[in-house]
Design a protein around this ligand. Structure first.
Ligand code: GLN
Length: 285
């Protein structure tokens, strides 16, 4: 088996696509990755492939050969091209941060539906690449959004994303609320790590090998971070404050119990994602 896709003598983009696809197939990868790379690297669409007017330079083809080698090693395409789309915007991503998932866009959507542009102090805990915080800020420019993370690498990348997308937010390096001791907010949102030890063991190789475990994995059946959050959240919410957290699809009833204990009398609802799986918990004081 060739370790390289050998694209240099291809006569058309269709031929590049065919060779790239069969290289991926030989390496047990999905063939759609070839189209993805053409689009994200060289702005080549399906129509460009059919019209066959654009040309790739030898440098482009070398780049693509390198990309395909990485893809053959299960390296996520978003890390290969260095960015990922979220809520209609492009965010830089690398191994310091989780690749944003579409379920998280649904949480942003819900928050925007529930809250108009009147002033809100918002905190995004464990912001990673900043997708939640930056998207909220971009859609609601008069909100005051703070993004925190325990990882300096993540904060650096999130700050870059905020700058690229012309949004101004506050960044704080903090392990949950450790460096936010006396702060209170109207909205606290988070996509915390929630993958349990059992689930971690059966997750895809590309996730386990390349994405940050810190952003995914949690002890205590995946509930450890919700339990920690629940102990502190009540001290950090303004009157009528609200909380939105992403959850694992099996965690609805356990996280509900944790939150109900932390906020007796509050309204706690579980919202399902487009796949009809429990995905978000919403607490309203
Ligand atoms: N939804 C992610 C996954 O299944 C997990 C995200 C998280 O732990 N916060 O890979």
């Amino acid at each position: 088996m060739d370790s390289k896709a050998q694209l240099q003598d291809c006569q058309s983009i269709q031929e590049v696509l065919d060779r790239a696809s069969s290289f991926l197939e030989q390496n047990r990868q999905e063939t759609y990755i070839a189209r993805w790379l053409l689009r994200e690297r060289f702005d080549i669409s399906q129509m460009d492939i059919i019209l066959n007017k654009k040309r790739l330079t030898p440098e482009n083809l070398s780049q693509l050969e390198e990309d395909l080698e990485q893809a053959a090693e299960d390296y996520p395409v978003q890390y290969i091209v260095g960015h990922s789309w979220f809520y209609g915007r492009s965010f830089k991503v690398d191994e310091r941060v989780l690749i944003p998932r579409p379920e998280t866009e649904e949480m942003v959507d819900l928050i925007l539906k529930n809250h108009d542009s009147s002033n809100q102090d918002v905190l995004d805990i464990g912001t990673g690449s900043g997708v939640i915080a930056v998207s909220l800020m971009a859609e609601r420019p008069c909100w005051n959004v703070t993004a925190s993370d325990i990882s300096q690498g993540a904060l650096d990348l999130a700050a870059k994303n905020a700058r690229n997308l012309d949004t101004h937010l506050n960044f704080v390096k903090s392990d949950l609320f450790n460096n936010l001791k006396d702060q209170k907010y109207d909205l606290i949102v988070s996509n915390p790590p929630y993958i349990s030890p059992e689930e971690w063991d059966i997750m895809g190789h590309s996730v386990r090998k390349y994405e940050p475990k810190l952003a995914l994995f949690a002890e205590s059946n995946g509930l450890a971070v919700y339990e920690k959050l629940a102990r502190e959240l009540p001290f950090h919410l303004n009157k009528k404050g609200q909380v939105y957290l992403e959850i694992g699809y099996t965690q609805g009833s356990s996280v509900r119990r944790v939150m109900q204990e932390a906020f007796p009398g509050a309204r706690v609802e579980i919202i399902q994602d487009l796949a009809a799986k429990d995905r978000i918990i919403h607490v309203e004081l």
